[in-house]
Design a protein around this ligand. Structure first.
Ligand SMILES: Cc1cc2nc3c(=O)[nH]c(=O)nc-3n(C[C@H](O)[C@H](O)[C@H](O)COP(=O)(O)OP(=O)(O)OC[C@H]3O[C@@H](n4cnc5c(N)ncnc54)[C@H](O)[C@@H]3O)c2cc1C
Length: 275
């Protein structure tokens, strides 16, 4: 089973003490999401950090590219800032698929990932639908166990399987639903909430002194935002559009190893350990 340390948000502007501090300080800039440090999440969204676009006095508009794990969760965080609904950011989530992609196998939630689900009040929802895997074993063709290790429950040791392991699709679905619920509530209170645009992507991103101009590939419409966040996965097109295709080789180190994962029914020798 392929595992990921589920810690999807790290703002790649090292000087920023938190994502929202970054938003506040560099109001009209591009920002790209990568993996986080736990310290990035030791903040509470504060009203002063997400203030209005000073040129228009409108709430800041934020484009998040990707409706996977990171996109909707970031949108939810931003919308939970304690501003009046009408002053909360206007968020657009742009996803190239026709809906949230609920495919994938098990992902392990550890470290910053646990902090995030706790802050969003999602821990019990997620724990209720984890795979319940208690560990992993290496076996041979006769099912003889050569090595076994249990899931880490301390949060301190990184073993091959984590206490909170969930199928990726469930996690995406939970994050998406949470973002929709928060957005619906804000819209009822008069705020903009989240606009979800499915089946389209960005093919050009240009930044001027004030704002970021993004051309959508399918509609060919150019829309303007205060911030753009790339949450479009490991091979992020947003990152390539902003930093250039050539520089991407420095960011993603290819190991030239490939693996395929799939689901299959449990067999008679299966247990709560994966093998
Ligand atoms: C279908 C799928 C299955 C996966 N299965 C596993 C797994 O089994 N185990 C594991 O450890 N990791 C898996 N991953 C990777 C894992 O989800 C991510 O590495 C991790 O969760 C980081 O989350 P993320 O939100 O940054 O990216 P992702 O979860 O990868 O989400 C990125 C989203 O952006 C969308 N997107 C991509 N490019 C564009 C574009 N140009 N414009 C608009 N939208 C775009 C994608 O359709 C996707 O919905 C999978 C990813 C995907 C997309």
């Amino acid at each position: 089973m392929l595992r990921t340390q589920l810690a999807p948000y790290k703002y790649n502007f090292a000087s920023s003490s938190s994502p929202l501090a970054y938003l506040s300080r560099y109001h009209s800039s591009l920002l790209v999401v990568q993996r986080p440090r736990v310290s990035d999440f030791s903040y509470k969204p504060s009203a002063s950090l997400l203030h209005r676009n000073h040129s228009t006095m409108a709430p800041p508009s934020i484009l998040i590219v990707g409706c996977g794990v990171a996109g909707p969760i970031l949108a939810t965080f931003l919308l939970l800032s304690p501003l009046p609904a009408s002053e909360k950011p206007r968020i657009t989530i742009l996803e190239r698929s026709s809906g949230p992609r609920i495919q994938g196998q098990g992902v392990d939630i550890r470290g910053a990932g646990l902090t995030i689900i706790r802050k969003l009040g999602l821990e019990s929802t997620i724990r209720a639908v984890t795979t319940k895997e208690e560990g992993a074993m290496f076996v041979d063709a006769s099912n003889r166990v050569w090595a076994a290790f249990g899931a880490d429950r301390s949060g301190k040791v990184e073993t091959g399987t984590a206490d909170v392991e969930i199928m990726r699709g469930r996690l995406v679905d939970i994050g998406y639903r949470k973002s929709k619920a928060v957005s619906d509530e804000i819209q009822r209170e008069g705020g903009a909430g989240i606009e979800y645009v499915f089946g389209d992507s960005a093919d050009s991103i240009e930044q001027d002194d004030q704002r970021v101009h993004v051309r959508f590939s399918k509609s060919q419409e150019t829309r303007t935002f205060d911030f753009v966040v790339g949450a479009d996965g490991l091979h992020s097109k947003t990152r390539k559009l902003v930093f250039g295709e050539a520089a991407d080789g420095d960011r993603v180190k290819r190991l030239e190893m490939y693996s395929a994962f799939f689901s299959m029914p449990s067999g008679p020798t299966d247990s709560t350990y994966n093998r």
